[in-house]
Ligand binder design. Structure first.
Ligand code: ACO
Length: 378
């Protein structure tokens, strides 16, 4: 490398590309805050709708604001017949993330204000997506079981309504609470890959639906949101807690990435994990079922083995993956559930990017062939 070669930051590791007011990881305390509030306190004391309001408007809603926010969100939940027919035509072999990506793109094509990037128009689009995406995900969970969609119930909160649309009933409040905690924890995480994708698209002054469509694509990958599904596949593959260590040794020897472990930002443990693990422990305890206990024992055994072998800690996808399984969701909708939550963070970032826009366009250091003549050119 010559003396003038630029410093390369592969994967943008360690690069600070902009400022944000939305969230931050405080390294000294290993904690995450949304608009200044510790996420563990939000998860413990506030509903997901309140967290969505906080992320979008910068403040928790008062009673009147919350009522208004909930009324508007609930009114927007139903899908029209055209959308339901379009989604029903997609092959059942495609992943529900493909269905979601198509749905977001279709909502954009249908919206006559698609190109209006004003803050008010973008707020309306964000709320529409927050309200409609769970209806898409629930319909997809049912379609894969050969069942007709269940329309949303405007009398139910965001989390309760999702269970209702998936299963036709709402589980007891402890389960709904665990689910809502996962939504709050998944809602926002600064310049992660999918959020950054949304910001890159937005920085070209493209529209919100295009940015969210791209973000869904980025989240689908197993190094990012797809990891919560991969965790469950991995646990089912291992099967027996007594196999955890041997399985891990083989997987590490084969240079496999162990899903649900490691993080670009957290090197001493993901600040969200203790809260989600606590929620998972509650689900396991209330199930009182030997099969659930076996899975929980395996989950813990793999976590300990990974800490001993590699000193690498779980990320949020590790407890969330098993928690969603215990709540009864099918594995292919785990990452779409992540979307239902992260749509709040993505759209908050789209608004912020537009407010102080600079085209995101990094450089590359060329290491290809030297200039050469095209055969036949003079
Ligand atoms: N399994 C095995 N080894 C790992 C893992 C893992 N899950 N994570 C990190 N390592 C190892 C790497 O192999 C590397 O070792 P080396 O230095 O000997 O080559 C070292 O730890 C550093 O890892 P990097 O991959 O360089 O760290 P990076 O910051 O790029 O990766 C990532 C972060 C992609 C999340 C990685 O930890 C990973 O692939 N994890 C599994 C997928 C996953 O769970 N993703 C979810 C992320 S959280 C979220 O999206 C909510």
């Amino acid at each position: 490398m010559s003396a003038t070669a630029p410093e390369i930051h592969r994967g943008l590791a360690g690069v600070v590309v902009d400022t944000t007011e939305i969230s931050t990881v405080i390294q000294e305390t290993n904690s995450l805050t949304y608009r200044g509030y510790p996420v563990q306190d939000l998860a413990a004391r506030r509903s997901f709708e309140e967290v969505a309001h906080l992320l979008w408007f910068g403040e928790l809603p008062d009673e009147g604001q919350l009522r208004d926010f909930q009324a508007r969100e609930r009114a927007l939940r139903p899908l029209d017949r055209t959308t339901l027919e379009l989604l029903a035509r997609l092959p059942e072999t495609c992943h529900p993330m493909d269905v979601l990506r198509t749905a977001v793109s279709f909502f954009g094509a249908e919206d006559p204000t698609e190109d209006d990037g004003s803050p008010a128009a973008n707020r309306a689009k964000s709320l529409t997506l927050l309200a409609k995406l769970p209806t898409v995900v629930a319909a997809e969970q049912r379609r894969r079981r050969g069942l007709a969609p269940i329309p949303p119930d405007p009398g139910l909160g965001y989390a309760e309504n999702f269970f209702h649309m998936c299963f036709g009933n709402v589980p007891d409040p402890d389960v709904v609470r665990c689910f809502e905690i996962s939504l709050t924890l998944y809602a926002e995480h600064s310049f992660n890959a999918s959020t950054f994708t949304a910001r890159v698209v937005t920085s070209t002054l493209s529209d919100l639906y295009s940015a969210v469509t791209a973000a869904v694509g980025a989240l689908k990958g197993p190094l990012h949101g797809g990891a919560n599904e991969a965790v469950m596949h991995m646990l089912l593959e291992i099967g027996d807690p007594r196999r955890a260590e041997a399985w891990l040794d083989e997987a590490l020897a084969a240079k496999r990435k162990i899903m649900g472990f490691g993080h670009r930002v957290y090197k001493h443990g993901d600040s969200r994990v203790p809260i989600m693990q606590d929620a998972l422990d509650r689900l396991v305890a209330r199930a009182a079922d030997p099969e659930v206990t076996r899975l929980a024992t395996l989950h813990a055994a793999l976590r300990h083995a990974m800490a001993n072998r590699k000193g690498i800690h779980p990320n949020l996808d590790y407890p969330a993956g098993l928690a969603y399984h215990l709540m009864g969701f099918d594995i292919p909708v785990f990452t779409p559930i992540f979307v239902m939550s992260r749509i709040t963070g993505w759209t908050a970032h789209i608004t912020e990017q537009l407010a102080h826009n600079a085209l995101i366009r990094p450089l590359a250091s060329y290491d290809g062939r030297d200039q050469r003549a095209v055969p036949g050119a003079a």
